[in-house]
Design a protein around this ligand. Structure first.
Ligand code: AMP
Length: 477
């Protein structure tokens, strides 16, 4: 199928799903603010686009959406998809300065403040994007010290939706739990699966999740599909009610975003003996997810300590270089980072023999019938599922006047995974003052929990900063 027909197919699908829903009276979205049926959603997406048109944005300019888990946030996203408006989701956990930075990098003339339902002028002139038919731009942590915008085409989004509908073991009418902020593309699994199946998505704000009766919210809504990072599910195991007796409808778990380990799967098996547990893998640059597999008992009890991430989605293949780097080739690979020619040249590959672009993931892995992912070849880390470039934190620290040297270290848990982030700084500033400055430009999850002030950073015999020594020093404090 050529690109034109694919985009037309998506458009036809969106029009039917959103403007002529099959089950108009069924709930479509329960947000932290509001709940609405498919019929009400239909009215809301049309109303949103009318209000958007009144801003008279330059053709093809992206719109930034700023909020946190409201039904209205989902309405704005669905409306952008329906009306072919490239959108950039930014959650309120991001400080205002990062929001401004993103609006500037994307030349977005407006951002939509979901809480007040207002379009706010950013002062940017606004111009159409070079890439046509983009679905969205997702900003992730960038090693140069600024967030980088991953541009995803509408054809990739459509490809993803069809795959999820077919291969994710979803019930006919799923009720999907979302915990992830919309600026993390994990949230698009439930959001797009909801659209693809005519289901019901339950959005959970930070406060909802922290509340004692959060599980009641999931129970009352009859949540049947759980989508989260493994870290998020781990935390829920602390609640004894997190089990199939209390949540009888919950029968599919989808994990993505970081390593899924056997210990978690075993505990979930005990709590939810009949549920399917899926492991899915993929970077934002390859449209949310690229592989999936159901973790069966046979896989769980195999000798390999590592769980597989599965097999590739259709129209996509994995190449593994001699150094073990995973390279994704396929329809799902991004159009490129917004305005970052150097990064695009480094990360995107083109080959005459390949029908689609390739993306160097920076992940290391191997294949023995199934794919396995074993870690990174660079300084990108995951902390509670959030993707962080250690270099970005270092650059942000060095941008604070009065800090002359800075080193940031992820401290690892004994069983793998990042425990916390520590930073060593040569400065006369106090740690709290540094944290306050950082909080103005980066989200809380990127601010090192430990900041240690030094007169000078220790060097190893080669004259390089002795990171091993600093690591053991941070652990003793
Ligand atoms: P993000 O772009 O935030 O979705 O992060 C993508 C990165 O998370 C990947 O490149 C991997 O390093 C890691 N990742 C995602 N899913 C998995 C998984 N199932 N197992 C291991 N690592 C994963």
């Amino acid at each position: 199928m050529n690109l034109h027909s694919e985009l037309q197919e998506l458009q036809d699908f969106l029009r039917a799903a959103l403007l002529d829903p099959a089950n108009p009276d069924q709930l479509a979205i329960t947000g932290s603010d509001d709940a609405m049926t498919w019929q009400q959603l239909s009215v809301a997406v049309t109303d949103w686009s009318h209000r958007y048109q009144q801003c008279r944005q330059p053709a093809g300019a992206p719109v930034v959406l700023y909020g946190h888990q409201q039904a209205e946030f989902a309405v704005a996203i669905y409306s952008c998809l329906l009306h072919n408006i490239p959108y950039i989701p930014v959650d309120c956990i991001y400080p205002q300065e990062r929001l401004n930075e993103i609006c500037h990098l994307a030349s977005a003339p407006y951002y939509y403040d979901v809480a007040t339902r207002q379009f706010i002028a950013t002062g940017e002139e606004g111009q159409g994007l070079v890439e046509q038919d983009l679905a969205y731009i997702m900003f992730t942590s960038g090693s140069t010290g600024k967030p980088k915008g991953v541009q995803i085409g509408r054809e990739s989004l459509w490809h993803f939706m069809k795959w999820v509908r077919q291969d994710f073991s979803l019930p006919d009418v799923p009720v999907l739990m979302n915990h992830a902020v919309f600026s993390f593309d994990l949230s698009l699994i439930p959001l797009l699966a909801n659209l693809a199946t005519g289901g019901h998505i339950v959005l959970n704000a930070k406060e909802d999740i922290a509340a004692e009766n959060w599980l009641d919210r999931l129970k009352d809504n009859g949540v049947s599909v759980w989508v989260s990072t493994p870290s998020f599910a781990y935390q829920r195991l602390l609640s004894p009610q997190f089990n199939s007796e209390y949540l009888p409808e919950l029968n599919v778990f989808v994990f993505i975003g970081e390593v899924l380990n056997k210990a978690l799967v075993k505990q979930l098996r005990r709590r939810f003996p009949h549920a399917k547990i899926l492991n899915s893998y993929g970077p934002t640059e390859a449209t949310i997810a690229t592989t999936v597999i159901e973790i069966t008992d046979e896989i769980l009890h195999s000798e390999n300590d590592l769980l597989p991430v599965g097999a590739m989605m259709p129209d996509s293949r994995m190449e593994i270089t001699s150094e073990g780097e995973l390279i994704i080739w396929g329809k799902n690979v991004m159009r490129g980072y917004l305005g970052l020619a150097k990064e695009n040249a480094e990360k995107l590959l083109h080959r005459e023999s390949e029908a689609f672009r390739g993306y160097r993931t920076g992940d290391l892995g191997y294949e023995d019938g199934l794919l396995y992912c074993q870690g990174r070849n660079d300084s990108q880390i995951k902390l509670n599922g959030y993707r962080i470039e250690i270099n970005e934190i270092e650059n942000r620290l060095l941008a604070i006047s009065d800090i002359s040297e800075a080193v940031v270290l992820p401290l690892m848990k004994s069983g793998g995974g990042v425990l916390r982030i520590a930073a060593f700084c040569v400065t006369n500033l106090a740690p709290e003052a540094i944290k306050t400055s950082l909080s103005k430009v980066i989200p809380p999850y990127m601010v090192p929990s430990q900041i240690i002030i030094k007169d000078a950073l220790p060097l190893n015999p080669n004259g390089k900063i002795d990171r091993k020594l600093l690591d053991s020093h941070a652990r003793t404090i």
